[in-house]
Design a protein around this ligand. Structure first.
Ligand code: UTP
Length: 292
């Protein structure tokens, strides 16, 4: 049973400057909840008990967010605000959360390599710290179930428009069933028209310890940009990598437009905001259309 998860959150977030100059992209809130808290919640909802977050320079607020804030708790308690007191205590007791630093942002493969001692000989889940999901069964739970069945590396995938394949890691292979593909090819950001498929890697993985020597191998040739895709490609001939189509909606917050869309979607899902916000959007859109 998979009980450990790794959340890489040490990237520079250059696509989101200037907001990410002095704060982590993973702490950008979707309304009032930092993105990484949704990611940690997905772990918890999937039965994960132990989470390792890979942080780096300038990521201190992630550690603070999952730690107790005694001064704030005291103030809230004085106000007899039981709801917020419980919410604060919920955040710092969600799971056993550990932190390790990636010294330089040398790519996702290098970030995960920092987890090698923590994960030891066990398979583990990986959830990118800048992508969140909405699904009946948490995506990580779906992946863990697939791992129980196949006992190989599992990569979450989703279909993307053919003209956007150049923004993603893309897998190609043979479908074993409606949602499961035996992967035979992996390419990072292929050119439009030269992609093996339009099945894009969707920010969630189940990895086995075999990934660590593969990452070492990649780091020998590209130490500054250690791509996880390159390490996974090395596993293809021997380890039988499986791609699983996710059942749910994925939201990426890594780019500004995606972040805006995610915020609107989540506002429309929140009971207290849905009606007034929808009303605002209707009026605003009508104004926008008529002023064009
Ligand atoms: P991204 O490539 O989307 O993040 O990595 P980034 O490098 O911060 O993005 P830009 O292009 O500069 O805007 C996906 C996840 O992997 C983590 C990131 O923090 C993000 O959550 N990551 C990426 C690391 O932990 N270390 C790295 O060296 C790179």
């Amino acid at each position: 049973m998979i009980k450990k998860a790794v959340i890489p959150a040490a990237g520079l977030g250059t696509s989101f400057l200037p907001a990410t100059k002095a704060q982590p992209k993973e702490m950008l809130p979707i309304i009032d909840i930092p993105t990484i808290q949704y990611v940690v919640q997905e772990c918890v909802d999937s039965g994960i008990e132990d989470i390792l977050i890979i942080t780096g320079k300038g990521k201190r607020s992630i550690e603070d967010h999952f730690d107790r804030n005694l001064e704030l708790e005291e103030r809230i308690r004085e106000r007899e605000d039981e709801f917020w007191y419980n919410e604060l205590r919920h955040i710092d007791s969600m799971a056993n959360i550990h932190f390790v630093r990636q010294k330089e942002p040398n790519g996702l493969g290098d970030a995960l390599y920092q987890a090698r001692f923590h994960c030891g000989n066990e398979a583990f889940a990986v959830l990118l710290g800048d992508s969140i999901n909405d699904s009946n069964i948490p995506i990580t739970q779906q992946m863990i179930d697939a791992y129980e069945q196949y006992r190989h590396t599992i990569i979450a995938v989703q279909q993307v428009p053919d003209n956007r394949v150049n923004r993603y890691g893309i897998v190609g292979g043979r479908f074993l069933s409606e949602r499961i593909m035996q992967v035979s090819e992996m390419v990072e950001k292929p050119q439009v028209g030269k992609s093996p498929s339009n099945w894009a890697v969707a920010g969630r993985y189940i990895l086995t310890p075999e990934i660590f020597p593969a990452i070492e191998q990649v780091a020998k040739t590209a130490p500054q940009e250690v791509q996880l895709t390159d390490a996974l490609r090395l596993l293809l001939p021997t380890d039988g990598v499986i791609a699983m189509k996710i059942d749910g909606q994925r939201y990426d917050i890594g780019t500004k437009l995606d972040y805006l869309k995610t915020t609107v979607e989540f506002a429309l899902k929140r009971k207290e905001f849905a009606e007034p916000f929808a009303q605002f959007l209707r009026e605003r859109l009508a104004q926008y259309e008529s002023s064009k």
